[in-house]
Design a protein around this ligand. Structure first.
Ligand SMILES: [Zn+2]
Length: 235
């Protein structure tokens, strides 16, 4: 039997390093044996955590599927075709796409959750267009708006995750994005109506958002200068 040279804990033959303090076990009389039975299961907690996450995913799936299937069944029994229930089922499927993968990934990231949502939103809009029997707005209005909105959200997520934007720059970036989104939506609508890329009312949104963002950036800069002075003067 070995004892840890650092903390004195009793060590099993299967231990390569002390389980308490991590100091390597060196006992020439009883070398490390990787075949020896381990005194405790090392991977128990992650497995339990994963089972819990899968269980939550399964429960959420059932909760979301039940009203969907119920509506589809009622709609089909009453009308013989699927009409209004497809809106409900589609919306529930959309919620599923955004909610459940969070519990299925062992390491969920915003990008992993967000990216599959983009085609899901597009498909739901296409479903609405097909159900209405008029899908002319889908390619000219809906898709450009989805691309602009998701592109701006994605850009913000990537820049914040990479640490390129932090502190006061985050509200500034979100404000500028909101302004750009409004401008983008106006351009898309005007192009659909007149065939020309015209800007009008959205400038009344863009200009204030850029001004407020500039104020945030100035505040952030002033704060960092103040902190720098405080540090140098040891205040
Ligand atoms: Zn130790």
């Amino acid at each position: 039997m070995s004892y840890c040279v650092n903390c004195g804990v009793e060590l099993d033959r299967s231990e390569k390093a002390c389980p308490l303090c991590g100091v390597e076990v060196l006992n020439p009389r009883q070398p490390y044996d990787d075949q020896a039975p381990r005194p405790y299961p090392k991977r128990l907690d992650p497995i339990y955590a994963r089972i819990n996450r899968r269980f939550t995913a399964a429960v959420l799936s059932i909760i979301l599927a039940f009203p969907g299937v119920f509506c589809l069944a009622i709609n089909f029994i009453l009308d013989g075709v699927l009409t209004w229930s497809l809106y409900v089922a589609g919306a529930l499927a959309l919620v599923w796409v955004f909610l459940v993968p969070y519990f299925l990934y062992s390491k969920p990231t915003v990008i992993k959750i967000f990216l599959p949502g983009v085609p899901a939103i597009s498909l739901y809009l296409l479903l609405i267009a097909k159900l209405q029997g008029n899908d002319s707005w889908f390619l000219t209005l809906a898709m450009p708006m989805v691309i602009v909105t998701c592109g701006l959200i994605f850009l913000n997520i990537v820049l914040i995750n990479a640490g390129k934007i932090s502190g006061f720059a985050i509200p500034a970036a979100i404000l500028v994005s909101a302004g750009l989104l409004t401008t983008g939506i106006e351009l898309i609508i005007n192009f659909d109506l007149t065939g020309r890329l015209q800007l009008g009312w959205s400038l009344f949104v863009l200009i204030p958002t850029v001004a407020i963002a500039a104020f945030f950036l100035a505040a952030a800069r002033r704060q960092s200068i103040r902190e720098e002075i405080r540090k140098r003067l040891h205040l």
